[in-house]
Design a protein around this ligand. Structure first.
Ligand code: ZN
Length: 382
């Protein structure tokens, strides 16, 4: 039996292998103490009663994320399913007897560079493609920014949607793939939105962390979602680049897409804690969430992060920074790794399909947002 993770996005360190009994550790993100993402392959394991102990689980970034969590497995690195997983407060134990010689395990369904390249290609082939911009990560990987729209007016709304500031939150890029599916299908909501607005889409803002198999950090060990006030070329060129682009284009709606390790819910975080928050901002958030509540069985607004008091928001976070700086509707979208307690699917938990279904509801909410706010922007097209 051979266990490996020396491939793109891979992460595991083997401590010992004794028959079918494996002791392993998740490696920390490069230059960081954070860790949670794992992804590895076992060869030569057909019919072996695998018992995998991840012995440093309780030291992970979100140890409570392991309660009620089940790991993903796949025979072909493409079709994934949940397997028997338990957590005793110290060790995460995965038990599985593969029917094939080779099996993969991962924290959630991976989203690799090959898939990302294909996604960008699809976006460039749609009739809405207006152009692309390329930023550079710490290690020199490309940050793809895709501009979509019809360029019929200079006063069009500017919508920015970014995903995977935290690279291990792969459901965020699956969510973006759901957006791309809809753009290709060209439903009436998509036509209305892209008639009235430009969408700037970043499917993966942290390509280094993704390739390195990290959970929270870029290649410099930095949590990009704490860099929005003062990003630097050395620490966080990814944010410096995107922040600069947003300064040029202006912004009327910002969506930052994430996965949530601990809470078993899909929800959004608003800007209630920023100094400029007012009744108008609250109403815009209420209207947006209302469409999600009406159109999506997973989405709920009862459970999420504790609401901050006005003035207490962490402005280094993307959605707070943008909401405060541009006084626009600005939300962090969170999807669980586990399941939705309000809409349980014990066999599958949260899935790619559920991520895409949420993206469908988000398109409905953007359509409603434009319908209520009009298509004019406070910013000129550049
Ligand atoms: Zn996140």
């Amino acid at each position: 039996m051979q266990i490996t993770s020396d491939f793109e996005c891979g992460n595991i360190q083997i401590c010992s292998l004794n028959g079918n009994f494996i002791k392993a550790k998740i490696k920390t993100d490069q230059y960081s103490k954070d860790f949670q993402w794992f992804y590895f392959k076992i060869d030569g394991c057909k019919n072996a009663k695998l018992h995998i102990d991840i012995v440093n689980a309780s030291e992970a970034s979100f140890p409570d994320g392991w309660y009620d969590y089940s790991a993903l497995a796949s025979y072909d690195d493409a079709i994934w399913f949940r397997v028997d997983t338990t957590y005793d407060g110290k060790t995460l134990t995965i038990k599985f007897t593969p029917e094939c010689d080779k099996v993969y395990f991962a924290y959630f369904e991976p989203y690799k560079q090959k898939q990302h390249t294909c996604l960008v290609k699809r976006l460039k082939a749609t009739p809405y493609f207006l152009g692309s911009y390329n930023g550079r990560s710490v290690e020199g990987r490309t940050i793809d920014v895709i501009r979509l729209g019809l360029q019929t007016s200079v006063i069009r709304k500017k919508i920015w949607m970014i995903a995977r500031q935290h690279p291990g939150e792969t459901m965020a890029e699956w969510f973006v793939e759901g957006i791309v599916d809809q753009i290709e299908a060209n439903d009436e909501e998509i036509r209305r939105i892209l008639n009235a607005a430009d969408i700037y889409l970043i499917p993966n803002l942290n390509p280094d962390g993704s390739a390195l198999g990290s959970q929270r950090s870029n290649a410099a060990g930095i949590n990009l979602n704490r860099e929005w006030v003062a990003p630097s070329v050395e620490r966080s060129p990814e944010i410096k680049y995107v922040k600069g682009l947003i300064e040029q284009t202006g912004i009327d709606l910002f969506l930052d897409v994430h996965g949530e390790e601990t809470l078993p819910y899909a929800f959004v975080m608003g800007c209630e804690g920023v100094p400029s928050y007012n009744a108008q901002a609250a109403e815009r958030e209420r209207q947006f969430k209302n469409v999600l509540l009406k159109s999506n069985f997973d989405f709920q607004d009862d459970y999420g992060y504790p609401k901050k008091k006005k003035g207490e928001a962490d402005l280094t976070m993307a959605s707070n920074y943008i909401g405060e700086t541009y006084r626009c509707l600005s939300l962090t979208i969170e999807m669980p790794y586990k399941d939705c307690k309000n809409n349980l699917d014990p066999d599958k938990g949260w899935t790619v399909l559920r991520s895409k279904a949420l993206s469908k509801s988000v398109i409905l909410a953007i359509d409603e947002f434009i319908c209520l706010q009009g298509n004019s922007s406070q910013y000129q097209s550049v």
